[in-house]
Write a protein that binds this ligand. Structure first.
Ligand code: PLP
Length: 388
């Protein structure tokens, strides 16, 4: 059976060119970048080349890029790093109710240690209101963290407007751009961010590597202490092959981005339209237009997302319900609840996220099999009182 992967927000397949670029750094060019002889300098050169590529894609300077073990570490570094570096100035952090757990759980951690967290609500499309951010600022606010686009519903947030508000108030501004870098244009100056999180495996790079953009002059406490790597901002021998992989992935994403976003948006719109035509009692979650080009998130009434997911899997189609991190749990997604969806609708959600290997035939296949799955499940559903 042909497998159709439609879960690119969870992770992407590593691009063959990325694998090819990484391989020499496991074998021939295995040096430690801190060694001054040629093996080391070769590895150091590769790390610096990757740093330049990441910086170029987001309009930053290469010395403003710190490599991390992924998006989660970048988010942790941004929040804990700013919180502990500014303890003398204040203890208030503003974020939103739809952030990834890599931000929300750090907020809870900091709350137990004396910081105050304001978690702003979103509207029914998942949008944060910039004026809410402005109103939440107090004399003690040291950090604002608002994601660039949501990983579940794909809503693209008004980050530049929020960045302007943060800048005017002189408050550090972080954005989790794990779902946007390499997919839609990201420019740190246009978005007016001081810190920005990146993850390689969401843009056809390897897992376990990412980066945090740190605007020059931003005060951050390090999470990792030890050697002098990353200008003392993150100790530990660099993961050279993965960093090279991130650099290559970013380079390829930069070349493909405009056309690919257009192609994916076409597939997205075709899927949204087709689902609406073929399945009744279905609604789109997230914003109708301000959404990632590859994201379709729907709620199907009277059926469980998990049941649809398992039945799609039997047909070789991989999608998700809620976010990847919580798809093993039966708790309704915190993002859908924040959009004020009733719990049953949150439970009946399905997310399809398309990527470079998908073609229109994959969308047509979903449209061919999903209506039958929904009809079968509804016929058995205790959620539907009158069987259809
Ligand atoms: N932030 C967002 C918005 C994400 O979607 C993810 C991954 O699902 C992360 C952070 C975590 O990134 P990583 O898997 O690289 O730790």
């Amino acid at each position: 059976m042909r497998r159709i992967y439609l879960d690119h927000a969870a992770t992407t397949p590593t691009h063959p060119e990325v694998v090819k670029a990484m391989l020499p750094y496991f074998t021939d060019a295995f040096g430690n970048p801190s060694s001054i002889y040629s093996y080391g300098q070769e590895a150091k050169g590769a790390v610096e080349e990757a740093r330049t590529k990441v910086a170029e894609l987001i309009g930053a300077r290469s010395e403003e890029i710190v490599f991390t073990s992924g998006g989660t570490e970048a988010d942790n570094f941004a929040l804990k790093g700013v919180a502990y570096a500014n303890e003398d100035k204040g203890n208030h952090i503003i974020t939103t109710s739809i952030e990834h757990p890599a931000v929300l759980e750090v907020g809870k951690f900091l709350e137990k240690r004396g910081f105050k967290i304001t978690c702003l609500p979103v509207d029914r499309y998942g949008l944060v209101e910039p004026d809410d951010v402005r109103k939440a600022i107090t004399g003690k606010t040291i950090l604002i963290s608002v994601m660039h686009a949501n990983n579940e519903v794909g809503t693209i947030e008004p980050v530049a407007e929020i960045g302007r508000i943060a800048g005017e108030a002189g408050i550090c501004f972080h954005s989790d751009a794990v779902q946007t870098v390499g997919h839609i244009p990201v420019n740190v100056d246009k978005l007016k961010v001081d810190l920005l999180s990146i993850s390689a495996h969401k843009l056809y790079g390897p897992k376990g590597v990412g980066a945090l953009y740190v605007r020059k002059g931003t005060k951050l406490v390090s999470l990792m202490h030890g050697g002098e790597q990353e200008k003392r901002r993150r100790a530990g021998t660099e993961n050279v092959p993965s960093i090279v992989g991130l650099g290559k992935a970013v380079e390829l994403a930069g070349q493909a981005m405009g056309k690919e976003a257009e192609r994916l948006a076409y597939l997205r719109d075709r899927l949204i339209e087709g689902l609406g035509e073929k399945i009744d009692h279905i609604r789109l979650n997230g914003h109708p237009t301000r959404r990632l080009p590859n994201n379709v998130n729907v709620s199907v009434d009277f059926v469980e997302g998990e049941s649809m997911l398992l039945n799609l899997d039997l047909e070789g189609i991989c999608a998700s319900t809620g976010s990847a991190c919580s798809s093993a749990s039966l708790e309704p997604s915190h993002v859908l609840l924040a959009l004020e969806l009733p719990a049953e609708q949150a439970h009946g959600s399905l997310r399809f996220t398309m990527g470079r290997e998908n073609a229109e035939a994959d969308i047509e296949r979903v449209l061919e099999v999903l209506p039958g799955i929904v009809a079968r499940l509804r016929a058995m559903s205790p959620l539907l009182k009158t069987p259809r």
